[in-house]
Design a protein around this ligand. Structure first.
Ligand code: EPU
Length: 437
């Protein structure tokens, strides 16, 4: 196993190219199961989650080829049974359920467990597929779904915490090949859902309303192969933006989609960070003092839960009190105890973290618990005085393409070193940490 060793205190300066979005490419890869023809996907980030998804598609019978950032998938024939050992590695793989069901009339997919950031049920995915006429049962840790022919329906997909991103993706993909019209109310509006709808429409689907809470899908008899370029990763861009601000740096985010990042950019500006747009690029710089801001995570276009941990680091550096409230995933505060090891003063009160910021952070050994918590620890290490060693960095490789290379090019002093596991900090989340986003 490898660790990151970071020597903090250097402002990040320069330009960084934003990669394709992990959370867009995963459902798009699943959508390639809907056709026997080849699909070509461009701007695919090199991530372990993309590799896992490629292995899952291959295990279902698809031919998968990754050439640089171009992925070609041809699912001439598909098996309905997803491999338990592959699927359990990655929660996002649940979005093969809808396409498998639509394509082959049945799907047996292992039930994704909870993960370190929360319980993560899939009741809404199943509710949506049942509304389209699927018979669903859970048996032996697997979801068994069957439907000779899916039928369009009107359905409501809102849950306790609002819409569901992958649930919307699953039902939209199944409905694309159903008989008749499906109307999904309270659909997720995330840009990744819109990107999937564009890809499906390129394949011959008839979907309107993507990006709004009402999705209308008119089923078609078959879909064909298509080419598509994945949207830039708004969460990666936000992570670099926060890192630039936290280190008093100046970084240009090449190809970032500012129109997907309004909530994050607004909070950064409120916090005293300078955000300048120039064409497709964004320049982030910080010269003056930071100001505390309160943040509540919400479904899109609200502040994304996937940037909550990173923003918390910035608030630990900000004199005053900031309140960060997590409304999407109930246990997404695993980074708090690790940030405390660097000297951060954060108290958890129900769904809120109360951050008393302004004291400088100092380097320490810490352990990553999930993808975005890892990103937060890297930012904290870059801003802290002295050395920070982060263990369990396999989490970061799931969702950030070559993050250490990109940061080094911006001047960060960080390297991958072989882990000395006898020195790993102890923590209570060992068991659950293996399941990814
Ligand atoms: N929920 C239900 N029932 C369901 C599905 C979801 O109650 O059937 C609840 C969840 O427990 C949560 C809320 O609804 O409280 C939202 O969950 P959602 O289904 O939208 O999450 P997801 O689709 O499983 C995706 C991303 C996550 C991101 C969330 C929210 C992928 C692969 N994952 O998860 O990304 O945090 O949407 O935006 O797209 C990450 O990249 O680090 C990550 C965790």
């Amino acid at each position: 196993m490898e660790n990151f060793l970071i020597k903090g205190g250097t402002p990040l300066r320069g330009e960084v190219a934003i990669s394709g979005a992990k959370n867009a490419v995963l459902p798009i890869m699943a959508a390639t199961l809907l056709t026997a023809e080849p699909c070509v996907i461009r701007r695919v980030p090199q991530l372990s989650d993309v590799r896992f998804m490629g292995e899952i598609l291959a295990s279902l019978g698809a031919k998968v080829k990754l050439d640089g950032s171009t992925l070609t998938v041809r699912a001439a024939g598909v098996k309905g049974l997803g491999d338990y050992n592959l699927i359990r590695k990655m929660r996002g793989s649940v979005c093969i359920l809808g396409p498998l069901l639509a394509r082959s009339g049945h799907a047996v997919v292992s039930l994704p467990g909870g993960c370190v950031i929360g319980a993560r049920p899939i009741d809404l995915h199943l509710k949506g597929l049942e509304a389209l006429g699927a018979k669903v049962r859970i048996d032996g840790g697997y979801i068994h779904a069957r439907a000779r022919k899916l039928k369009g329906a009107d359905l409501f997909l809102g849950g306790r915490c609002g819409p569901t991103v992958l649930g919307t993706a699953n039902v939209m993909m199944a409905a694309a090949l159903a008989d008749g019209v499906t109307v999904i109310e309270s659909a997720a509006c995330e840009p990744e859902v819109v990107d999937l709808a564009h890809f499906l429409n390129n394949m011959g689907a008839r979907i309107t309303g993507a990006g709004s809470p009402t999705l209308i899908i008119t089923g078609v008899k078959s879909l064909h192969g298509a080419e598509h370029e994945v949207i830039p990763d708004r969460i990666e861009a936000a992570t670099f933006a926060v890192a630039a601000a936290a280190t008093r740096g100046e970084v240009v985010l090449r190809g970032a989609r500012a129109d997907h990042m309004h909530a994050v950019l607004d909070k950064l500006r409120q916090a005293g960070v300078t955000v300048e747009r120039s064409g497709p690029d964004l320049k982030i710089s910080r010269r003056g003092r930071l100001k505390p801001v309160d943040i509540t995570t919400l479904p899109y276009a609200g502040f994304p839960t996937d940037v909550q941990a990173q923003m918390m680091v910035l608030m630990t550096l900000t004199p005053g009190i900031s309140i960060i409230t997590e409304r999407i995933f109930e246990s997404r505060f695993m980074h708090v105890s690790e940030l405390a090891r660097l000297g951060a003063d954060i108290a958890i009160e129900g769904p809120s973290a109360i951050v008393k910021g302004g004291k400088p952070l100092s380097g320490a050994p810490v352990m990553a618990s999930d993808l975005r918590a890892s990103a937060a620890l890297i930012i904290a290490g870059l801003a802290a005085r002295g050395k920070t060693e982060i263990s369990r960095i396999y989490h970061i490789d799931r969702g950030y393409e070559k993050i250490d290379d990109k940061l080094r090019r911006l001047g960060a002093r960080m390297e991958r070193v072989q882990a000395d596991t006898s020195k790993e900090p102890r923590s209570g989340f060992r068991q659950k940490a293996a399941i990814g986003p």
